[in-house]
Design a protein. Structure first.
Length: 156
């Protein structure tokens, strides 16, 4: 039986990525036509590391930066989100082992400024980390959002 890969091993495993392809089939209904990049996990992590203290970004900003970087129309929405999640867990894994400088994953939000409840520690941990950097988190229905996130949005 194979032992499970650590989060950092998952982050380092590029699986032959990045790959560039055409948006085809059912994907065109939602994403339109053109070209798309499926990024490597480390590319997503590298962009997340660029977000400075006091600023936030969203998965959509990461996707746009990946598209520009690879000169395509869009960055893959599915894998970009998954790789951001892996980067978050890899960062917490490193922190648990004593690393002082980790990827500031709490600064990467979902569309519309929403906190990603699937990141390590869930909403309570993200609230604390964001509040420590001067952000105010508000609850709207079931969602938790960074108030006025557009004013502190960082585009990598």
């Amino acid at each position: 039986m194979n032992p499970r890969k650590s989060w950092r091993e998952k982050l380092a495993d590029s699986k032959g990525l990045p790959k560039i392809g055409r948006v085809m089939g059912r994907m065109t209904k939602r994403w339109g036509t053109g070209t798309m990049v499926v990024p490597a996990p480390r590319e997503v992590d590298a962009l997340m590391k660029k977000v400075p203290r006091g600023k936030v970004t969203t998965i959509n900003e990461l996707r746009a930066a990946l598209a520009r970087q690879h000169q395509v129309d869009i960055g893959c929405p599915i894998t970009t989100g998954i790789f951001a999640w892996i980067a978050a867990h890899a960062a917490e894994e490193a922190a648990a082992e004593g690393a002082k400088r980790i990827t500031p994953y709490w600064r990467t939000l979902k569309t519309g400024g929403q906190l990603n409840e699937k990141y390590p520690g869930g909403v309570p941990a993200l609230r604390r980390k964001l509040a420590a950097e001067g952000h105010r988190v508000v609850k709207k229905g079931k969602r938790h959002l960074v108030a006025n996130f557009e004013g502190v949005l960082f585009e990598p």
